[in-house]
Each structure stands twice: as C-alpha cells, then as structure tokens.
Design a protein around this ligand. Structure first.
Ligand SMILES: NC(=O)c1ccc[n+]([C@@H]2O[C@H](COP(=O)([O-])OP(=O)(O)OC[C@H]3O[C@@H](n4cnc5c(N)ncnc54)[C@H](O)[C@@H]3O)[C@@H](O)[C@H]2O)c1
Length: 364
C-alpha cells in the first residue's frame, strides 16, 4: 500500500461533540494518518487526545499558532489540517494555516461573516490550496443518487422543496451547564445566528447540492423562544429560486423530544422524492398512482457515519490526485469546497437581514 498522507487537527478534543466523528471518518477512509494536534486550549486535553490517537508528544502543541509555525517548517509537514473549534475561531485558524501553505478542512459554518469567507476563498485560491467544508450529510450515497435523478429530470420540473431539520436539545435553558449550548448561544463564539447557522447551514447546503438551483430571494423569521437568549433557537425560511421553483425550510432546536430529525421532500411535476436522516441510506420516490419506489443502499459499514466518511474520501482523493499532478482547485473539486462555505455564509447573513427587517424578502 502506498504511503499515507498526514493531517493535524485544531479543536475536537476527546470530550468534544464532533472531534471523534472527524477522526473516525478519516480512519475508515484509511489513506490519511493523524500525526499532529492542538485539540484544545487546555494542553492537558491535547495530551490526553494525542495519547489516545498515538501522536508523538513533540507534535502536540499548546496553541494553533505554534502548531502552524512548527508544522510549516517541517520537511514532513502535515498535508492538511482539520478545524473543529467553535465557529468564531474558524476564520483566524484557517487563515493562519492557509498562510503557512497547508490545505484546510473546516467544519461548518465556515466563518461568521461573508467577508471572512470571501477572504479565505481568495487566500486558498491564491496559494493553490484546497479548502473543504465538512457538510457531511451530502456524503450519503443515496443523496448523490437523488441529485443524479433530479438532474436527469426523473421528477419532472422541480416545483417545491420542503425541509425540516429539527432538534429539541435547546428547548430548555441549558447553556449555563452545557458547554456546546453555551458557545452556540454566545454571539462572540457563534456569530450572528445560532439555529440558522448551526443546522440551517446544513439545510442550505443539502438543498443546493440536491436541486442545483441558485437562490434568488428569501424571507426569514428567526425566533428566540427561550428567554434571555441573544440568538435564534428556531427559524423559518421561504425561498424563491432563480427559476419558478420555491422552498420552505424549517430549522428548530426547541422542538422538544426531537433528536436530529432531518427530513427532505422534493416535489416535481412528475414525482416526489423523500429522504430522512433517520433512515439515511434509504430514498423514497412517490409516483402519481401512489406507487412507492424505495432505494436502499446496502453498503453501510456498521458503526460508521458513512456521510462523514465519504466527505473525507472525496477530499482525500482530490488531495492525493492534486499531489500527483492533476489540476484540482476549489472550483472543480469533488468535495464541498470554500465556495459552498461562502454560499452558506451568504444564506445565514441574508436570513438575519430579512428577519431583522420584519421578515421582508431580500435578494440573495
Ligand atoms: N458537520 C457536522 O455535522 C457538525 C456536527 C457538530 C458540530 N459541528 C461543528 O463543529 C465545530 C465544533 O463543534 P462541537 O459541538 O464539537 O464543539 P465542542 O465545544 O464540543 O468542541 C470544540 C472543541 O474545540 C476546542 N477548542 C476551542 N477553541 C480552541 C482553540 N483556540 N484551539 C484549539 N482547540 C480549541 C475545545 O477544547 C473543544 O475540544 C463547530 O463549528 C460546529 O458547528 C459540525
């Protein structure tokens, strides 16, 4: 087997929500090895995470600035860095590594403003570096199949997209005790929006990926149901696409009893397509005569989040091909690149603008 490429990670210590999902996804792809990290602001946690993953102590760092500086000087410097910290730090960390010539994989949302995302795109493109955003839901094989069917016109003309992404974990004021809730609801660590950014970014990306249409305008209402919060915990967005098709997106984190319930229905002039995260390897197509067609992907690897794994498989494949001389950029990449991250930031900013102005329609 050929030599593995290497990566490092900022954030995502073993007590984080998403760090292990990234590492396990890369491990199941099998072509990249974790060799470096600054997994936390707390060095003890970095050491603990590094020990679990067998990283040498001299490549475990007190802070990301030192990590970027030291790694960039090495002959065997990391091929890419994964950023899994709270949203507001993504921009500075990504910028630092891009400036040091290191490819970046960043969790969503890419930044906290459109301006920052534009700067990262410019920097990545100018330095000929890849910048991937881990919109992991589009990594499910049935989602690529759904996109293909829509593109081929199997649903007829797309008329309406109805998406619900609902969770209940923020239905009560838990932010004083729960660190993941605490930073998400703090504008200094999260940005201008909570729910619209945290899960709305996934929704926008999924809709764009699936139906491949550009948004023309949107109308949003961001609600805050739990008192004293500064950011939204529930969000409803209507969309007009550039053709005649339309969409309704509902994102909530106060939907009590719901556990990551992500459902999509795409209504075409000839058929309806449905997907739910609860059965993420299944696609249902409904026909006019109530005939129901089911497509089930059987290639599931038990215990693996196949969406996350395939997100990394697409990125690592492009990175290896680029190292081998293929011309690959963020514009022709096979993964969700900085372009998708930038579009996601525009979506969040436009939703906030619409809602702040009483739910007016705003051009995208
Ligand atoms: N793709 C997905 O499906 C998905 C799911 C959950 C979270 N996320 C995203 O992942 C990111 C992290 O979310 P989380 O819920 O895991 O948060 P978390 O609070 O559980 O973990 C954040 C981690 O970052 C570390 N950290 C914070 N600042 C740091 C710094 N300056 N240097 C080094 N480490 C630092 C913390 O110690 C912690 O380990 C967020 O951007 C979130 O939106 C994505």
């Amino acid at each position: 087997m050929s030599k593995k490429i290497t990566y490092g990670m900022v954030g995502g210590s073993i007590d984080s929500m998403i760090g292990e999902a990234h590492r396990n996804a890369i491990l199941s792809d099998g072509r990249a090895k974790l060799v470096s990290g600054c997994f936390s602001r707390d060095y003890k946690k970095t050491l603990k995470t590094g020990k679990k993953w067998g990283i040498k102590k001299d490549r475990l760092y007190e802070n990301y600035l030192e990590m970027a500086e030291e790694e960039s000087k090495k002959k065997n410097k990391i091929d890419f860095v994964v950023i899994a910290t709270p949203n507001a730090s993504h921009y500075e960390i990504a910028k630092t590594f891009l400036e040091k010539g290191i490819n970046v994989v960043c969790d969503k949302p890419l930044t906290t403003t459109v301006k920052e995302a534009e700067e990262l795109k410019q920097l990545a493109d100018d330095n000929d570096l890849l910048l991937c955003v881990t919109y992991s839901y589009v990594g499910y094989p049935v989602i690529s199949l759904a996109r293909h069917k829509i593109e081929k016109g199997e649903l007829g003309e797309i008329r309406f997209v109805n998406v619900q992404y609902i969770q209940g974990w923020l239905a009560k004021k838990i932010e004083d005790e729960n660190k993941q809730a605490q930073w998400r609801l703090d504008p200094n660590q999260s940005g201008f929006a909570n729910t619209t950014a945290d899960i709305g970014s996934h929704v926008e990306n999924m809709v764009s990926y699936l139906i491949g249409k550009e948004i023309d305008s949107l109308c949003a209402r961001l609600d805050t149901f739990v008192e004293s919060r500064k950011l939204d915990d529930n969000s409803t967005v209507m969309i007009n696409f550039k053709d005649k098709s339309k969409g309704l997106l509902y994102m909530s984190q106060i939907a009590i009893g719901e556990n990551n319930n992500f459902n999509i229905s795409v209504y075409g002039s000839e058929a309806t397509l449905k997907w739910s995260f609860k059965q993420a390897n299944k696609l249902t197509i409904l026909h006019e005569d109530h005939e129901e067609e089911t497509i089930q992907n059987e290639d599931e690897i038990p215990g693996t989040n196949i969406g996350f794994k395939n997100t990394y498989t697409a990125f690592i494949t492009d990175l290896i091909n680029k190292k081998n001389g293929e011309i690959l950029t963020n514009d022709n990449a096979h993964f969700q690149s900085v372009n998708a991250g930038l579009r996601g930031m525009r979506f969040i900013e436009k939703c906030v603008e619409s809602s702040k102005n009483g739910g007016i329609w705003v051009k995208f």
